[in-house]
Write a protein that binds this ligand. Structure first.
Ligand SMILES: [Zn+2]
Ligand SMILES: [Zn+2]
Length: 349
């Protein structure tokens, strides 16, 4: 497998971000991102104006974050040609994105920030749909805002990465629940805007520069073939298709770079004859072994059908012989703080 590390869910000046697309691409390049998915609110201007391409070693792809007329049900839609109207019901745009051959992810579905009235939450409310490819289970901006109070806001603004601990529990629960019915991918997002905030009326602080945010929540995709850097539109389409295929199939995992570089993490199922990667659905048999390997020692937890069934401290290897069908995934922690969250391997009857 070929591993590529990227950042998903970024806003530019085409919606409410503060950076231009080339500035964002440059920041991504500086922190060695292999890909970046831009998702401005309700516009594909960056796509239409030709910004979808390689910038040095970074492939910049253009999706869109759609919302409904109440500004709820934010949806990260990718691999589509036109943004959908905010007059549509969420269920409609989720269906239309799929019909067009695109993929979509429920953005910050259980956002709960209620500490500051000027920053209301934007949760997902339309659960009567099954046409989405996945869920953004971890969103940097949501978690940061949820922890924000009048008293801690200076500390939080000075240390934008430090207080990011783990994905939302409710999002994990919902994701595990759906996965028991059908494949559903988890991705991580940063929701970067590079907003400038006036701190205590004293100075303007940019929370947070794109480059800083790009060192937090990342989504690693695992591909069968390497991505080729090219300026040809055919070549870009090909690279784009393989990144989106991996996201659609759950051949990916989420890491918080602030806790360490997770490149090299693997979680797979092994039988006598075959290897099955994250995102796979396989039939139960009695010789399936699950294996997780880490680039450095940490705490690994094995989760089956939403419940922790095994925990190992200070290890770089976890092995488990499967004795019952279920949807399996691993979580990795360093000193109690979330580092890596795998996608599921679904073992069904
Ligand atoms: Zn949003
Ligand atoms: Zn957003």
């Amino acid at each position: 497998m070929f591993e590529y590390v990227g950042v998903i869910h970024v806003h530019s000046i085409f919606s409410d971000g503060t950076g231009t697309v080339p500035e964002i691409a440059e920041a991504a390049n500086e922190v060695n991102l292999d890909y970046l998915i831009l998702t401005d609110h309700n516009t594909l201007r960056a796509l239409n104006e030709g910004y979808e391409k390689w910038y040095g070693d970074t492939l910049l792809l253009v999706g869109v974050e759609i919302n409904d007329r109440r500004n709820k049900n934010h949806y990260l839609a990718m691999n589509i040609e036109k943004p959908y109207s905010t007059r549509l019901e969420a269920k409609e745009y989720v269906r239309l994105v799929k019909e067009e051959g695109g993929i979509g992810f429920l953005a910050h579905p259980f956002e709960e920030r209620n500490n500051l009235p000027q920053y209301p939450p934007y949760p997902w409310e339309e659960w009567n749909t099954d046409d989405f490819a996945g869920i953004e289970i971890w969103n940097h901006m949501s978690e940061w805002m949820e922890n924000l109070t009048e008293d801690n806001k200076l500390q939080m603004a000075l240390h934008p990465l430090k207080y990011i601990i783990a994905p939302s529990k409710k999002a994990l629960e919902k994701w595990d629940e759906i996965a028991q019915r059908r494949p559903v991918t988890a991705i991580g997002g940063v929701d970067a805007h590079a907003h400038k905030v006036n701190v205590l009326g004293l100075f303007e602080l940019e929370i947070f520069p794109y480059k800083v945010l790009f060192k937090s929540i990342r989504t690693h995709v695992l591909l069968d073939n390497p991505l080729k850097k090219t300026t040809s539109s055919h070549g870009i389409e090909k690279a784009k298709a393989s990144v989106y295929k991996a996201l659609e199939n759950g051949s990916c995992f989420i890491s918080n770079y602030y806790r360490g570089d997770a490149r090299g993490f693997r979680f797979f199922a092994e039988t006598e004859k075959s290897i099955f990667e994250q995102g796979a659905t396989i039939f139960y048999r009695n010789d399936i072994k699950l294996v997780a390997t880490l680039p450095e020692q940490a705490e690994i937890r094995l989760i089956a059908n939403g419940k922790e069934i095994l925990r190992k401290q200070k290890t770089a290897l976890l092995e488990f012989t499967v004795t019952f069908p279920g949807v399996y995934r691993v979580e990795v922690y360093k000193r109690g703080k979330g580092w890596i969250f795998s996608n599921h391997i679904r073992i069904i009857n």
